[in-house]
Every structure is written in structure tokens, then in C-alpha cells.
Design a protein around this ligand. Structure first.
Ligand SMILES: NC(=O)c1ccc[n+]([C@@H]2O[C@H](COP(=O)([O-])OP(=O)(O)OC[C@H]3O[C@@H](n4cnc5c(N)ncnc54)[C@H](O)[C@@H]3O)[C@@H](O)[C@H]2O)c1
Length: 253
């Protein structure tokens, strides 16, 4: 019951790390979980599972790159649960066309990757501040990536967007520390989720990623979600502006 009495919005809650975070938040006693995603079917299924297990959750359709939808999502959360304690800005995307070098990155792909992976995090943070300030505290958890810390041979726009999440989070942390609103970034390493399914279907790529990971296995959505439990809970109340790297040792090398 590490999240007892807490209300959370989890973006990208329909799949992968977001869905695992929603399930663990329910297990840890969160009073209300808003599963926010563009994937309605997946999101409703996560809500059904939580409710069947005795938890409390609702689905809200949210495209994180649309400010008006963020305003609606926060209003719906406060109307339903009367408060907002935790926002997990987890929604993110990468597509085959974005997994290319600088010269092969189109402006369209650059803009789309930034709209979802970077602007989405800014908007989620921006619209969470007011209800959290009213509470007297809050925790904003921004999912970046190890690709927000180090480079690689491709995925140009993704590196840029995830890198912006890393420093944006520190700026927000400093600005809102006096309000006891904490803001931390999480940096997952290679994890097997919907986003990585196509890449991981190639055994060569799977083996390469595992061999780059000192712990010697692929990460799971739960590996990352437990970090979101810690950052959402009062156990991390002295932690803000920090980077929680969960990567099996990948970037320690
Ligand atoms: N899986 C990995 O190896 C890995 C590594 C580093 C970082 N990450 C990050 O973790 C986060 C979660 O990804 P995942 O691996 O669980 O992938 P996933 O594809 O399983 O889940 C991503 C979710 O985000 C949703 N989404 C996409 N665009 C959206 C939008 N515009 N508005 C709202 N929702 C949207 C999708 O519908 C999906 O439910 C992402 O930010 C991703 O960049 C993942």
C-alpha cells in the first residue's frame, strides 16, 4: 500500500511500461488511476483488469501532443477523484522511419517525434501543476530513455526528444520544489514492450541488445514500473530533479 490515497494519471497507460505502472499503482493502493492513451481498446482493457481486481480506474482518451485534451484530462481527473497526486508522462513513440541517421531524418518525423515524446511531457507537466499545488504536494514522473543520455547509430529525433525530457524535468523540478511538487525523469534501458516488438522480432537485434546489457537479460515493463512506484510514493519525498536509470547496467559501461 505504498500509494494509498493517491490519484494518478498515467499516459500511454494502455500498453507496456504504462500498463504495468497502472497495474502496480492499483496493487499499491492508489485511490484512482486515470489510464490516458490514444489506444482506447488497450486502455479500457487495463481499466477492466484493475476494476475486476478490486481497484479503481477510468480510461480517458488523450493525445498527449494536444493541449486541449490535456486540459480535459486533468479536469476529468479532479472532477472524478477530487485531486491529483501523481502524473506519469510515459506516452512515447518511435517508428521505423525515425530509427535512422541525421541525414535520413525528415522534418515530418522530427516534428512528430518531438510532439509526442517531448511536447507531450511539457504539456502533462504544465497542466498537473495547478491541482498538485492545491494539494500541497505532487510527483511528476517523466519517462525519458537511456537514449536521452547517450547516443546510438540511429533514432536521431528520438534521442533529441528524450534528451529534452531529461533537462526539462530538472528545470520543472527547480521551479516547483518550493511547492513540494517533485519532478524526476526515468531512463529505461532495453525493455520488451509494444514499442520494441518489431525490433525485438529480429533475433539478431534481440541478442545484440541482451549482450549490451551487463545484467544479461532483456528488461521488462515491470522493471521500469517499479521505479515509477518508488517515485510516486512518499518514499522518494527528498528526490527531485533526479534521473532514475533502470537499464541493467547498460549506460554504466
Ligand atoms: N521499451 C523500451 O525499450 C523503452 C526504452 C526506453 C524508453 N522507453 C519509453 O517508455 C515509454 C513507454 O513505452 P513502451 O516501451 O511501454 O511502449 P508501448 O508502445 O508499449 O507503449 C506506449 C504507449 O503510448 C501510447 N501513445 C503513443 N502515442 C501517444 C499519444 N500521442 N498520446 C497518448 N498516448 C500515446 C501508445 O498507444 C501506447 O499505449 C515511452 O516513452 C518510451 O519512449 C521505452
Amino acid at each position: 500500500m505504498r500509494l494509498k490515497n493517491k490519484v494518478a494519471i498515467v499516459t500511454g497507460g494502455a500498453s507496456g511500461i504504462g500498463a504495468a505502472t497502472c497495474r502496480l499503482y492499483a496493487q499499491e493502493g492508489a485511490t484512482g488511476i486515470v489510464v490516458a492513451d490514444i489506444n482506447e481498446e488497450g486502455g479500457r482493457s487495463v481499466v477492466d483488469n484493475i476494476v475486476q481486481a478490486g481497484g479503481e480506474a477510468i480510461f480517458v482518451h488523450l493525445d498527449v501532443s494536444e493541449e486541449s485534451q490535456w486540459i480535459d484530462t486533468v479536469n476529468t481527473t479532479v472532477a472524478r477523484y477530487d485531486r491529483l497526486d501523481i502524473t506519469v508522462n510515459n506516452a512515447g513513440m518511435s517508428v521505423a522511419e525515425s530509427r535512422v541517421k541525421v541525414e535520413d531524418t525528415t522534418i515530418e518525423i522530427w516534428d512528430r517525434l518531438h510532439a509526442v515524446n517531448s511536447t507531450g511531457v511539457f504539456l502533462g507537466t504544465k497542466h498537473s501543476i495547478s491541482p498538485m499545488r492545491e494539494n500541497g504536494s505532487g510527483s511528476i514522473i517523466n519517462i525519458s530513455s537511456i537514449y536521452g543520455i547517450v547516443g546510438s547509430t540511429g533514432t536521431t529525433a528520438y534521442h533529441s526528444a528524450k534528451g529534452s525530457v531529461r533537462t526539462f524535468t530538472k528545470a520543472a523540478a527547480i521551479q516547483y520544489a518550493p511547492d513540494l511538487i517533485r519532478c524526476n525523469s526515468v531512463h529505461p534501458g532495453f525493455a520488451d514492450t509494444g514499442m520494441t516488438a518489431a525490433v525485438h522480432a529480429d533475433p539478431e537485434e534481440w541478442n545484440k541488445r541482451v549482450s549490451q546489457t551487463p545484467i544479461g537479460r532483456m528488461g521488462t515493463a515491470e522493471d521500469i514500473a517499479w521505479g515509477c512506484v518508488f517515485l510516486g510514493s512518499d518514499e522518494s519525498s527528498f528526490m527531485t530533479g533526479a534521473e532514475l536509470v533502470i537499464d541493467g547496467g547498460m549506460t554504466a559501461q
